[in-house]
Design a binder for this molecule. Structure first.
Ligand code: PLP
Length: 411
């Protein structure tokens, strides 16, 4: 309980949490089951390359996503790269800038140019109207991102891709178990990509999956993710090694076993955050459209400095000093980062506004309701004492503060 601003850890007080509270503590499930699965893989000696655990994992992901095909991969970034190469996507690929840098880097790493589109200011997902204005004769694809598990405007994007004969792929790194209306994320566009990185709601240590209903696409991608092999001894073309290992399959299956419980836990945490932070000036907990299913792996808060009285960065510093490791998902936006900002400077007003305001708060299986109460108390205290905190913060970090004040003044 903070009585005054000097009790904040940022200004020399005692940190609220002894151990760091993270945004995405891994969802590991039942360890006994994990060890049983690992034992089975070790016993049968097949540790990668089409083992039974990865096959089972692929079947379960395809079932959840409602797709005919699932190819498990070593991570979502490699999955995007495999798709770009296997589909020979070159020239310009339109993507949102409000995403993790992996989306942009995958495009660029494969030799294509990411062209950044602005977002819908309400959902934060790619704006189809802006996408359409960015299409040139060099455009070969659109990669939408289902930000925080919210579906893109899949109907509009499908129409645009169809009219311009473009490949349409979704980065669904956040999207496992989410939907567009009643339809699960997974079957939209030519293919979609999930991430099962340790911080995600389904965790396979590192991992991802490509899901699609297109038989040819699936075949090409399956070959490309395994050195181009069509069959043992037979290579159909170029490929890389993006396979998922059996150890990751074991973790992924064990994490999937508790998926429903984890989502229920996250939803309860999300509701609690919304209740406890309601009514604070300048602070909004991002609302998910109830027409679509969400997995609630992200509790995103937006800080509007004009009304909150302090900048997002100040609140972030306050929280981190208390050992609440909140994250900026995603800030800066991709077009504000190198190499993109030097090479192709662009202005994306909605993206820049959101990137300046977002904070993702701790959630996941290891975050208790007591943790959430304590985090919200700190946030409430910070907003209620915003003027004093902002002034003291500015005194401590004069240069950064000046930059923030001036950039805000220009906006
Ligand atoms: C939107 C988005 N795309 C891609 C990735 C990359 O996923 P991975 O870590 O599995 O490569 C992430 C990871 O967090 C992400 O958030």
């Amino acid at each position: 309980m903070k009585r005054g601003v000097d009790d904040l850890a940022l200004f020399g007080g005692h940190a609220e949490f002894d151990q760091t509270l993270l945004v995405g503590r891994p969802s590991t499930g039942d360890r006994t089951k994990l060890y049983e699965r690992l034992d089975r893989a070790l016993d049968n000696g097949r540790l990668t390359g089409g083992g039974m655990l990865v096959r089972e994992f692929e079947d379960r992901i395809a079932h959840m996503a409602g797709t005919r095909h699932c190819i498990a991969v070593c991570n979502a970034t490699a999955a995007l790269e495999v798709i770009i190469r296997a589909q020979n996507l070159h020239g310009e690929i339109i993507i949102p800038s409000m995403t993790f840098i992996a989306t942009a880097h995958a495009v660029r790493y494969m030799g294509a140019t990411p062209v950044f589109a602005d977002i819908d200011p309400v959902t934060g997902t790619i704006d189809p109207d802006h996408v359409e204005t960015l299409i040139t004769p060099h455009t070969t694809a659109i990669i939408g991102v289902h930000l925080w598990g919210q579906p893109c405007d899949v109907d509009r994007l499908a129409d645009i891709a169809h009219r311009h004969n473009l490949t349409l792929v979704y980065d669904a790194a956040h999207g496992i178990g989410c939907s567009h209306g009643p339809t699960p994320i997974g079957g939209f566009g030519h293919a979609e990509v999930f991430s099962f990185n340790a911080t995600k709601v389904v965790n396979s240590f590192e991992g991802g999956a490509i899901v699609t209903n297109d038989d040819d696409f699936a075949l090409r991608v399956r070959q490309a993710h395994n050195f181009g092999f069509i069959a043992p001894g037979l290579i159909g073309g170029l490929g890389t090694n993006a396979k998922m290992s059996e150890a990751s399959g074991a973790m992924g299956l064990t994490s999937l076993d508790v998926f429903d419980e984890v989502v229920a836990h996250n939803k309860a945490g999300y509701d609690l955050y919304r209740d406890l932070l309601a009514g604070l000036p300048g602070l909004t907990v991002h609302a998910y459209d109830p027409r679509h299913r969400n997995n609630f792996q992200y509790v995103v808060v937006k800080v509007d400095q004009d009304h909150a009285g302090l900048h997002r960065d100040v609140l972030l510093d306050v929280l981190r000093a208390e050992n609440v490791y909140a994250l900026m998902y995603f800030s800066p936006a991709c077009h504000q980062l190198e190499p993109y900002r030097s090479e192709h400077p662009v202005t994306l007003p909605h993206t820049e506004r959101l990137a300046e305001q977002v904070i993702a708060l701790p959630t996941g299986p290891a975050t208790t309701s007591s943790d959430i109460h304590r985090v919200c108390e700190i946030v409430r205290f910070a907003i209620e004492h915003s003027a004093e905190i902002a002034a003291q913060w500015q005194d401590n970090q004069p240069e950064t503060a000046e930059q923030l004040v001036s950039s805000h003044g220009e906006a």
